[in-house]
Ligand binder design. Structure first.
Ligand SMILES: Cc1ncc(COP(=O)(O)O)c(C=O)c1O
Length: 205
């Protein structure tokens, strides 16, 4: 429809819905036609299920009511440090997003919230749209990829999902401008708080 084809597709990932919506329709071109397409899911550094979690069976909910799902997870009991992108604080990723990452058909990156808010403010100034804190994760990854393309002197078409507006999150932007937000450096101890409590089966390779 746009008369172009993306080189890179980017979206924030809480559980995987908006990432799937924008990226999955393009994956057949990569899988069946060998298109050189990168799909990047962006998670917060304080809840790094894709980049630091384990691929294993876990519950989709924190109480353990769902069927067991093969997924990248930090453990359904995991409680992340507070950040302003509340919708990205889910402990795992959907079965489909997880399997695609495991099969190396998509990529994942974890970003800190100050870089994300900085990108969100840049986007609001440039486009006149205030993005949701969740969406700023995608925008920050777009900024990274665009700068990389500029440095390499190559043109890239980057498609990203603006998953929501930030009109209900003005308090978060105020905290950012007031210098009250902090980055969070995820530790091995945090990783173990959720994973060590899991008694769900591991997935044999
Ligand atoms: C604006 C926004 N973007 C992204 C997400 C992440 O969710 P999902 O990965 O399921 O699309 C949320 C979740 O609440 C959200 O509110």
């Amino acid at each position: 429809m746009a008369g172009d084809f993306p080189d890179i597709i980017i979206a924030p990932l809480g559980g995987g819905s908006n990432f799937a919506g924008i990226a999955f329709p393009f994956l057949p071109y990569k899988i069946n036609e060998g298109k050189n397409l990168r799909c990047i899911a962006v998670e917060p550094a304080s809840c790094p299920k894709l980049t630091k979690g384990e691929f294993r069976y876990d519950f989709g909910d924190s109480v353990g009511m769902t069927p067991l799902i093969p997924m990248y997870t930090l453990g359904h009991n995991f409680v992340p440090a507070p950040i302003h992108a509340g919708g990205l604080r889910y402990h795992g990723a959907s079965a489909l997003a997880s399997q695609l990452l495991k099969d190396k058909l998509i990529e994942a990156v974890a970003l800190q919230q100050l870089e994300c808010f900085d990108a969100g403010v840049k986007f609001a100034n440039a486009e006149g749209i205030i993005p949701a804190p969740e969406s700023t994760h995608g925008i920050a990854a777009v900024v990274r990829e665009a700068n990389k393309a500029k440095e390499e002197g190559v043109a890239k078409t980057i498609l990203f999902n603006l998953s929501g507006h930030g009109h209900f999150d003005m308090g978060a932007y105020q905290d950012y401008f007031d210098g009250k937000l902090q980055d969070h450096h995820f530790t091995d101890a945090e990783l173990h708080t959720g994973l060590d409590k899991l008694d769900t089966p591991k997935i044999e390779e």
